[in-house]
Every structure is written in C-alpha cells, then in structure tokens.
Write a protein that binds this ligand. Structure first.
Ligand code: GTP
Ligand code: MG
Length: 462
C-alpha cells in the first residue's frame, strides 16, 4: 500500500515535472528561446503582481483620502474651483502647470478670432447672394486673410489635446481623463528640445512633420498682434457682430481685450488668467493629490470633476459611491439659458439638478456645500439694469439688488434640501467668484477644514 502510494505520488510529480523539463534533444537555439520566454513570463507575472499591489494600495489610499465630487451644470465653474483648490493647497503643482495654461489661453484667444472671421464670412456670403450692401470692405478681407494662419494652429493644437468627439466648434474641449496635459507637456517639451518652459526658445522651431507645435503659436500670435487689435477695435466688425448677435465679451475664455499681453512673446499667465481660461471637461476626470499647505497639509484628496452638460449627467452616478462631500455649483445667472438647450433657464436647471442630487439615496450621508458662483457676473448685470422679475415673474416686487436676488434663490435651494434630502442635513452655502483667487482661497480653506473634520470624525480619528 505504502509503495503504491509512493509510486502514485511520484507519478503525479512526474506528470508536472515532465512538462517543466526541457526536451532531451533541445538545441542551443531552442534553449535560448525557451529561457527568453521564461524570462518574459516572469516579467509579465511580476508586472501583474505589481499592478495588483498598486491597485490595492490605491484602493487603501482612496479609503483614507477625502473624496470630493464637483457637480453643477456646464460652465458653472467646477473646473475653475478645482484650479483654485490646487492653487491654494498644491501651489508647487499649480506652478508646474502654468506653461500649459498659456497654450489654453492662446487657444481661447484664437477661438474668439475664429468666431469673428466666420461671422465676417457669413456676412460676405449673404451680401453676395442677396446683392445687398455690407459695412465690410476690402481692408477687412485683407485682415481676414492675414489672420487665417491662426486657424490652422487652432485645429492642430485642438487635435493634440481635444477629444475626438470634439466640442461645438469653438470652445476648447479636452480628451476625457485629463490626459491632455501629458500630451501638451510632451509636445511643448519636444518643440523646445527640453522640458517645457515659459518664454520661447531662442531658435525658431522647425515644424518638420507639418503639425503645428504650441511654441510656434506664440510667435505667430506675436506677429499677428496688431492685426488682432485692428480687427477687434474695428467699428464695422463690431457692428456686424452686434447685428448677428455674437457677444464675445459674455463668453467664457474671452481674452480679446488682453491681446497685447497675451500675444507677447514672454507672456506668462497670471493666476487670474488661468481661472478665466475656458476648457470644457468631457467625461469624468479624477484628480488625486496630497495637499502641500493649508489645514492639515499632507491630507490626500480625490477630487472628481465632471462634464456638466445635460447629455452627460448619467455618467456621474458611478462616482456617488463613498464620497464625503459634494461641492455643488449654481451661478445665479437667471437671464441665461443652457447652451445645449436654449429653452431651459440656467437657474431653473440648477434647482432641478439640486433637487435630484440632494434626494438621491446613494448620497444620503454625503455633505453638501452649495456655491453660488459667478457673483461678479450677477453683480455686473444687476448694476447694468437687468430686471429680475422680467425673467423670474415670481420674484415680484422684491428689491432689484444682489442681496435680495441671492436670498430669494437661497431660500429655494434651502427648501429643496429640507424637502428632498433622505435624512436631515445642514444647508451650507457660499457666494463665490472663482476668478478671484484670494477670496476663493479663503472660502475653500473653510470648506476644506469642515470636510476634513467630518471625515476624521467618520474614521473615528477625532
Ligand atoms: N466672471 C467669472 N467667470 C467665472 C467664474 N467661475 C468660472 N468662470 C469662468 O466660466 C467659464 C466656465 O468655467 P468652468 O470651470 O470651465 O466650468 P465647468 O463647470 O467646469 O464646465 P464644464 O466643464 O463644461 O462642465 C471659465 O471660462 C471660467 O473662467 C466666476 O466666478 N466669475
Ligand atoms: Mg469643467
């Protein structure tokens, strides 16, 4: 019995051993190939182990980290708040990205120019087909021609950083997931032959592949400076834009009034410029970082930034899991409608969205912080005489000033929170102006402190 058992175990050992042993007639070449294959298999196995370990570590870190979700309609200022967050709490990282923002701002400027040129072309086409007079002259045609090289840069750089899905043809839209920064960094590095830096290289860049590089755009913009100013300051151009309802000043990412500064060869974007830059988020971006400064520096954050367009809101749901706080942005721009649905009033849309989000059972334990962002724009419009009750009849005879408007809508948001939250939760709100980095830093400092305290309480650390 004992012998049988031994034999059987030897036999089974042999079955595996035979498979592992090299064949008796193995040539030197076969052996080299086999050893190489074994080394490769070991490398792949180690890579998989490392990835699993890394994945586990990320999950562990994510469990301990503070998780924040930025929500709100498109253009509400979610990404701008995230930028403010990074400026306030990871200033070294923010500095390292300044060079990328120069390219985004250059693209914003070119987008505005493209809109003007396209509007002029529409005017010419209609004037020709209807044989009607136009205020635009041959001088405008010369300007249009002189500025047309900029459009090639717009296309080319947009292709580098933009999504294949593209945007609406004007705004800057980036690839989902934030990978655009790596692509742009690599491109800037290649163009200057070194790590990307601000200012242009002494040597003019050589295009080579035919693809425009971001360093060249700096030089072409500098060369176009006077023509851009001439175009934007031209009375006939302004009149054509007004006639065709093209209001560039009101659009996000408007830098035409800053042309002399933005087109300078040594242009370095200020913090405010970076907050004013417009780049549309597509899909969902997850940002993880450890704070360098502020309350409990060294705290790890996971901040999720989403695209606010109504077509993309279903992509938010997977990110509701395990989030400590939602920063909900709701600008009180009651005279505007959504870009994607011009029949829907912006504030009405924010209220509906707020109601859905606060009422979501997955978010019952999540803290909500409401940011009435863009208070500078609200103030400017009230100062310019915009009458609230014209757009919001239920506003009635209340005073036509910012405190009354804010109180009116604040009461509505607060009532929805009380009525639709699955469990009672405090109503926390701030009035913000994300392009003002100083005031935003103070508010974000308070917000961060509250969130960390709550988080530590949940983890039983405090
Ligand atoms: N004047 C002013 N402009 C702001 C303010 N907050 C944001 N902006 C500008 O508004 C534009 C839109 O802001 P984003 O942060 O890109 O908006 P978003 O919510 O991320 O939009 P999506 O990515 O499309 O969902 C940008 O050009 C910002 O510079 C503000 O408080 N005041
Ligand atoms: Mg965004």
């Amino acid at each position: 019995m004992l012998r049988t058992s031994t034999r059987s175990s030897e036999a089974s050992f042999d079955v595996f051993g035979a498979g592992m042993r090299p064949p008796a007639n193995e040539t030197d070449e076969d052996k080299a190939r086999r050893l190489e294959a074994e080394r490769e298999a070991l490398r792949v196995s180690k890579t998989i182990d490392a990835a699993l370990l890394e994945g586990k570590k990320v999950l562990e870190r994510k469990k301990r980290a503070v998780k924040i979700l930025l929500l709100g309609q498109s253009e509400s200022g979610k990404s701008s708040v995230l930028r403010n967050f990074r400026l306030a709490f990871t200033p070294r990282y923010f500095e390292s990205e300044r060079v990328l923002w120069r390219t985004v701002i250059q693209l914003n400027l070119i987008s505005s120019i493209k809109k003007i040129l396209n509007t002029m072309h529409e005017e010419w086409t209609e004037a020709e087909s209807a044989s009607s007079p136009t205020m635009l002259t041959s001088q405008h045609r010369r300007l249009s021609l002189a500025l047309s090289p900029l459009l090639a840069f717009e296309t080319s750089i947009s292709q580098l950083i933009a999504s294949d899905a593209g945007g609406n043809g004007y705004g800057v839209t980036v690839r989902p997931g934030g990978g655009w920064k790596d692509r742009l960094t690599a491109s800037l590095g290649r163009a200057s032959g070194a790590a990307p830096a601000l200012g242009v290289s002494a040597e003019p860049p050589t295009g080579g592949s035919g693809q425009q590089d971001p360093t060249q755009v700096t030089q072409v913009l500098a060369a176009c400076r006077d023509n851009i100013i001439a175009l934007w300051e031209d009375d006939a151009v302004r009149a054509v834009l007004a006639e065709r309802d093209v209001d560039l000043v009101e659009e996000p990412g408007f830098f035409l009034d800053d042309t002399p500064r933005v087109t300078a060869l040594d242009y370095v974007p200020s913090d405010r410029d970076i907050m004013r830059a417009r780049i549309r988020t597509l899909g969902v971006e997850e940002h993880s970082f450890v704070t360098e400064s502020g309350f409990r520096a060294g705290t790890e954050f996971f901040i999720t930034d989403v695209c606010g367009s109504s077509h993309q809101r279903s992509t938010w749901i997977p990110y509701f899991d395990d989030v400590q706080a939602i920063l909900f942005l709701a600008p009180l721009l009651f005279w505007q409608s959504l870009d994607e649905d011009t029949k829907t009033n912006r504030v009405q849309d924010s209220l509906e969205l707020w109601r859905e989000i606060v009422g979501n059972p997955l978010l019952a334990k999540t803290a909500f912080i409401l940011l009435f962002n863009k208070k500078d724009i609200l103030q400017a419009h009230i100062n310019a005489g915009v009458v609230v009750k014209k757009y919001v009849p239920s506003y009635g005879e209340r005073a036509n000033d910012v405190p009354s408007v804010t109180k009116y809508f604040r009461d509505k948001f607060s009532a929805y929170l009380r009525k639709f939250s699955p469990e009672p939760r405090p109503f926390i709100f701030y009035e913000t102006e994300a392009i003002d980095t100083k005031s935003t830093a103070v508010i974000l400092g308070e917000v961060q402190e509250q969130i960390i305290r709550n988080h530590l309480k949940d983890l039983d650390v405090m």
